[in-house]
Design a protein around this ligand. Structure first.
Ligand SMILES: [Zn+2]
Length: 321
């Protein structure tokens, strides 16, 4: 568990959060009253050394932009894909970054003398979305990007589960005869509504394949109509499993596919309604009313990372009970 309690007693005013993606780092500086006071994007390096370099570069770039030095930075939080040991700050198998095993917190901290904490990117984004959208109680963040994953936040804390797997709904198989998933199963939710899987199934050139699919579906293209239905059906399945397993009050949808805006939100909402039509039980859950979309380009992931950076690892909290 990660606690979002601010642990900074150093008097340093700035917390930094980085969302490290396959191609770019989104970096924010957060003031002591939780305002984002600077934001920048940097290219992500490939491989372990280059990833550390680009992370350190982004922190120094933010400090430059603010006209402060690293001695004004209380903490840095990093959201990064892959398997993350949030206690040690070690990252494993971040294949999109060329990282097999990296002691990220130790190495980055040694470079600039600021404490680093590291969390899985979707879990950090979940915390950021919960705070930015003012959710109290429980919520899930469903990330629809190249891949599909979710993070669950309960009472302001990331719910990691016993092995950090909580929220990995992208790999729930909902059609055993469906498309092969990168994970080895068939018909995972990710094969229906992941941007990567949809682009592959579409197979036509274009910079924004999922937008092309929606445009072609609007024009009546049969392949596109089927893939559009898959997208909405898959995302609705993700929402359904999150509510049925954790009964979260809200499901906030984020990730690259939010660039589709209302077309995505209305489509998922419609699929949820249609799926509940025959079931009084499912209708009673009002799933269509529980979803909302983050605006495209939302800083939720980097902001959440900043909150993670300033939090106390659960095993360092001393119990006086
Ligand atoms: Zn899978």
């Amino acid at each position: 568990m990660t606690d979002a309690v601010i642990a900074d007693h150093s008097g340093r005013p700035i917390r930094v959060g980085l969302d490290v993606g396959g191609t770019k780092i989104d970096a924010v500086a957060v003031s002591s009253d939780d305002r984002i006071v600077a934001r920048l994007r940097r290219a992500t390096g490939w491989g372990e050394d280059a990833v550390v370099d680009s992370i350190v570069g982004a922190v120094l770039g933010l400090a430059d932009e603010l006209g402060v030095t690293t001695s004004d930075i209380a903490s840095v939080g990093v959201g990064i894909p892959g398997l993350v040991d949030s206690d040690s700050g070690r990252v494993l198998h971040a294949v999109n970054l060329g990282v097999e095993s990296l002691d990220l917190a130790v190495r980055a901290s040694a470079r600039i003398g600021v404490p680093f904490r590291v969390e899985n990117d979707v879990k950090a984004a979940a915390l950021g979305a919960a705070v930015l959208r003012g959710v109290e109680g429980s919520m899930a963040y469903l990330n629809l990007g190249t891949g599909v994953a979710a993070g669950i936040v309960v009472d302001g804390r990331i719910w990691r589960g016993s092995r950090g797997t909580a929220g990995e709904v992208g790999h729930l198989s909902v059609d055993p005869s469906g498309r092969l998933c990168g994970c080895g199963q068939h018909g995972c939710i990710e094969t229906f509504c992941g941007g990567g899987a949809l682009a592959k199934a579409w197979g036509r050139p274009g910079a924004l394949p999922v937008r092309d699919i929606l445009d072609a579906a609007d024009a009546g293209d049969a392949d596109a109509l089927a893939l559009r239905a898959d997208l909405f059906h898959g995302a609705a399945a993700g929402v359904r499993v999150l509510v049925l397993s954790a009964d979260v009050e809200r499901v906030i949808i984020g990730g690259g596919l939010t660039a589709l805006g209302d077309r995505l939100e209305n489509g998922v909402r419609g699929a949820l309604r249609a799926g509940a039509e025959a079931s009084a039980f499912m209708r009673s859950l009002r799933l269509d009313e529980r979803i909302e979309l983050l605006p495209a380009g939302s800083p939720a992931a980097a902001f959440g990372a900043a909150l993670v950076g300033a939090s106390v690892p659960s095993k360092e909290i001393v119990s006086h009970g």
